[in-house]
Design a protein around this ligand. Structure first.
Ligand SMILES: [Zn+2]
Length: 144
C-alpha cells in the first residue's frame, strides 16, 4: 500500500539517498564536461584544460547538495568526476617549479629575468631576481 500514494523515486532521488552517482549518469556528466572543455579550448576561451577545474567541482557539488547529498559526499563525488574528466583529457599539471613566481629562470628555459622583481631596475651581474638584499627583503615582506 505504501507505493500507492508515493511516486517511484527518480534516479536523482535514488542517487541522493545512497550518495552515489549512477554509472550512466556519471558517464553523461563526464562526457559533457569533456565536451565543454574541448570546445572552450578550441574557441580560445580558456588557455588550459585546468581552467574549469574549480567551476566544475563547485557546480557539481552544489547541484548534488541541492539534491539532498551531504556536503562531504557531494564534494568527494565532484572531485572524482573532475579527476575522470582530467584523465580522459590527459591533463598534466604543472610541476612545483612551474608554480613558483620565478620559474622562468629555471635551468633550460629561454626566458631570463633582467629586471629586479621588486623595484624594476636592471639586475647587476650575478643577480637572478633582485638587485639588492633590501629589495629581496621588501619583496618577501610584501608577500607575507
Ligand atoms: Zn630592486
Amino acid at each position: 500500500m505504501a507505493g500507492l500514494f508515493t511516486a517511484k523515486p527518480s534516479r536523482r532521488e535514488r542517487d541522493a539517498a545512497r550518495e552515489r552517482l549512477a554509472k550512466d549518469r556519471a558517464e553523461k556528466i563526464v562526457g559533457n564536461l569533456c565536451a565543454v572543455t574541448r570546445l572552450a579550448l578550441e574557441e580560445g576561451r580558456i588557455l588550459t584544460t585546468l581552467a574549469y577545474e574549480g567551476t566544475f567541482r563547485a557546480t557539481i557539488r552544489s547541484e548534488l547538495c541541492l539534491q539532498g547529498w551531504s556536503w562531504q559526499a557531494a564534494d568527494d563525488t565532484a572531485q572524482d568526476v573532475v579527476a575522470v574528466v582530467f584523465s580522459i583529457l590527459q591533463v598534466k599539471r604543472p610541476d612545483w617549479y612551474e608554480g613558483q613566481p620565478d620559474w622562468t629562470i629555471k635551468r633550460g628555459t629561454l626566458i631570463e629575468r633582467t629586471r629586479c622583481a621588486n623595484c624594476g631596475h636592471a639586475l647587476p651581474e650575478g643577480h637572478t631576481k633582485f638587485c639588492s638584499t633590501p629589495c629581496r627583503r621588501v619583496h618577501g615582506l610584501r608577500l607575507m
